[in-house]
Design a protein. Structure first.
Length: 131
């Protein structure tokens, strides 16, 4: 009887450690998503539904705006989206993302097939400290 009690206590302790580890891992994932600027909506929305369509909203005036940021080398940069001929395809990627790795490889191909000859590809990454 004492042996069964000891074994049961050990099993409960191991399971408690596993649950604690999972909760800690979950908290780290949520913190990383928050740092990346990805909100987790508790009520409705598309959070937690990969592949669900997400409505992208523009500014209240409905106009497109140029993108201003920092290059990977740290110098300020601006990508004009307005007033340019053709379309601009913005790819928001991260260097540490495994899913993004497929896109990095595809975009590096010399014969990349874009929808139109006047379409240009602009890769937008995270701020340098986050990369």
């Amino acid at each position: 009887m004492a042996l069964a009690l000891v074994l049961l206590s050990c099993a409960v302790a191991v399971l408690a450690l596993l649950v604690f580890g999972l909760l800690r891992s979950h908290a780290e994932i949520i913190r990383a998503l928050h740092r990346a600027g990805i909100p987790l909506e508790e009520s409705g929305g598309h959070a937690g539904h990969p592949g669900a369509p997400v409505e992208l909203r523009s500014e209240p005036d409905g106009a497109a705006h140029d993108i201003v940021g920092v290059s990977p080398g740290g110098s300020p940069t601006k990508v004009s989206v307005t007033g340019v001929r053709g379309m601009t395809l913005l790819a928001f990627l991260s260097s540490g993302c495994r899913t993004c790795e497929t896109f990095w490889t595809a975009f590096a191909e010399p014969g990349l097939d874009l929808p139109d000859a006047s379409t240009r590809l602009v890769i937008v990454g995270q701020d340098p400290p986050l990369e």
